[in-house]
Design a protein around this ligand. Structure first.
Ligand SMILES: Cc1cc2nc3c(=O)[nH]c(=O)nc-3n(C[C@H](O)[C@H](O)[C@H](O)COP(=O)(O)OP(=O)(O)OC[C@H]3O[C@@H](n4cnc5c(N)ncnc54)[C@H](O)[C@@H]3O)c2cc1C
Length: 562
């Protein structure tokens, strides 16, 4: 039995019928949650369930079947076996990749005993597990009618908690599948030259999109993950990829969205229809509408990818010098066509870099890293490098698995870094010193530069800092299911403090990538959207005038709350 598909009628006891009061009439009141008297009564939920063909579920945290009062031995066995499976988590109406945003600070973890009562945490109380655009329309109309705190959930990879919320109503889009290619696509209503495209349902994962593109011998810009949603939060926030220096961000590649707006209408957003909404959906983040599909440009097949995996161990005294040397190497790496990811936490730094359409000359590629090899050669007792090069025949080859690991808590914060930072010896030294002195666990995303820097900062709702960015650098922390709440709060505060200190010390004029950012950002409007925020807010007010699709730290949160 699937614990999440409990019929409403059997759970009605949890929510005694309540009279719907002024919230329907007063559009400016706070969004309605399950603890408010405006929360819909049982007949209303039953009516909604009928209007969405029985797709309304009582959503619970993913470990619920392993705990009282929801214990179910068979479902618990499945949950235990599937716990770390990211695709399984996406499919659960109450499952999230990052348990910090599933459970909040309430218990319902897989590794806790059955008699630890499962709490709802941040999982929406009821969720429409939509199977069609019509289900989405009904769900949105219901949310608007009752002015509900509403959360849209796709592949559930969220780092800021925007797809979950205490006492909320959920709309799950993961079942909206479909990948269709078109060699002569023209955006609806436009008089434009046709292009080769792929249209992707909101519930598709990157692995399946990449697999189908590979079979078609084309490439779409996708994130470096098998299981992030291919047309959900990734795209709405910007969508970086190791292909971005070559082909731009996700938002630079999308030609058209199909969405349901807060009035329940299906709309097309492209350069010719609802162009203001199209502008906002490209980087303005969540809360403008529910995306049901997106159409991307496709690119020529990639026939050779050089991959480099390098692990560098350093003693603490040479670590800052190594980091400075590596920082100063970034413009060269970018110019030679490398992109990818570096994790650094003293004493170990690990790089996974890619060079597309490589000529396969490993010796030449190796020479790019000469400054690091020179430093190691001069300091053999303090710095060791191990390197693995490989060449694979396609973009899809770098995605060997259809799923990946999820189900752990992670908090992150970030800033975008301009190329000029890495061109300056003084600033590279400052960066290295700051990371080393503060003992930070950093991940460097070399996904900017090139095509990412070509569009004008005001071309779309995206954070303008991207147009000047070479790197997106994250700092991160996590905890265990038994970490006491005060310790978690201390970690959250330390992360926010470190992000603010990093920004002030190194990049005071740059923003943060909204999809991989700290929910604690104090000046979030400017940090996530810079000068584009005012226009984004105008568009939000036009398409979601009662703020029913608003989430925390999303456009309009300052007006509507969440
Ligand atoms: C393992 C992992 C790898 C990642 N790799 C990358 C990467 O390579 N590049 C990158 O840029 N980012 C990456 N990210 C970050 C990713 O972009 C964000 O976590 C993003 O928010 C995930 O979107 P989602 O739809 O999967 O998640 P969800 O939690 O489902 O949604 C995230 C946000 O988007 C909204 N949303 C989702 N679907 C819809 C929809 N159909 N309509 C309207 N709103 C919707 C939600 O309401 C929420 O606000 C990664 C994250 C993880 C966990």
């Amino acid at each position: 039995m699937n614990i999440h598909r409990i019929l409403l009628i059997s759970t009605a006891f949890l929510f005694a019928p309540r009279e719907v009061t002024g919230s329907i009439l007063n559009r400016n009141s706070k969004l309605c949650t399950s603890s408010d008297s405006c929360w819909p009564d049982s007949p209303a939920w039953i009516q909604l369930n009928a209007s969405v063909s029985g797709h309304l579920v009582r959503s619970l945290p993913a470990a619920a079947p392993c705990h009282d009062p929801y214990y179910d031995a068979d479902a618990c066995a499945i949950a235990s076996k599937s716990w770390g499976d990211s695709i399984w988590r996406s499919n659960q109406p109450g499952g999230y990749q990052d348990t910090a945003w599933e459970n909040g600070d309430e218990p319902c973890y897989i590794d806790q005993p059955r008699n630890v009562t499962c709490q709802q945490g941040l999982v929406p109380i009821y969720t429409v597990a939509a199977e069609s655009v019509q289900d989405i329309r009904e769900a949105v109309k219901f949310a608007a009618k009752y002015h509900l705190r509403t959360r849209i959930k796709g592949a559930a990879h969220e780092f800021l908690g925007r797809s979950s919320g205490e006492g909320s109503f959920g709309i799950q889009t993961i079942k909206l599948k479909g990948i269709t290619f078109n060699d002569t696509f023209v955006p609806d209503g436009c008089d434009a030259t046709s292009q080769a495209t792929v249209t992707v349902g909101a519930g598709e994962h990157f692995y399946d999109l990449n697999k189908q593109c590979d079979a078609r011998r084309v490439v779409a810009v996708t994130g470096t993950s098998n299981t992030v949603g291919a047309a959900g939060g990734w795209l709405l926030g910007g969508g970086h990829s190791s292909l971005s220096p070559l082909y731009g961000l996700g938002v630079d590649n999308v030609l058209e969205f199909k969405v349901v707006t807060s009035d329940g209408q299906v709309r097309i957003a492209n350069e010719c229809q609802n162009p203001d909404l199209f502008w906002a959906l490209r980087g303005g983040g969540s809360g403008f509408a529910v995306t049901t599909s997106a159409t991307y440009k496709t690119h020529p097949y990639i026939t050779s990818v050089l991959g480099l995996h390098m692990v560098i161990n350093t003693t603490s005294d040479i670590y800052p010098t190594f980091l400075k040397t590596y920082a100063m190497l970034q413009p060269t790496l970018s110019d030679k066509g490398f992109s990818g990811y570096t994790s650094s936490s003293a004493p170990t730094t690990s790089m996974d870099l890619l060079q597309y359409n490589s000529d396969g000359n490993i010796t030449k590629a190796n020479m790019t890293f000469a400054p690091l090899f020179d430093l190691a050669a001069k300091n053999p007792d303090k710095m060791q490098i191990s390197t693995l090069f490989g060449i694979v025949p396609s973009y899809f080859s770098i995605f060997p698995n259809s799923t990946e690991e999820g189900g752990a808590p992670l908090i992150i914060g970030s800033r975008l870094f301009p190329r000029s930072m890495f061109e300056s010896e003084e600033q590279s030294e400052a960066l290295a010193r700051f990371f080393a002195q503060n003992n930070l666990n950093t991940t460097w995303h070399l996904v900017g530069g090139g095509k990412v820097n070509e569009p004008s900062p005001s071309d779309m709702g995206l954070n303008p800092s991207w147009r000047n960015a070479l790197h997106h650098i994250l700092i991160a922390d996590s905890w265990e299911s038994d970490t006491p709440i005060p310790e978690r709060n201390a970690k959250r505060k330390r992360l926010t403090d470190n992000v603010q200190k990093m920004a002030a010390a190194l990049v005071p004029n740059m923003g943060s990538y909204v999809n991989e950012a700290d929910r604690g950002e104090p000046n979030w409007q400017t940090t996530f959207w810079g000068d584009n925020y005012a226009r984004l807010l105008d568009i939000k007010m036009k398409y979601d005038p009662t703020g029913v699709l608003t989430c925390e730290k999303c456009v309009g949160y300052d007006v509507f709350g969440s």
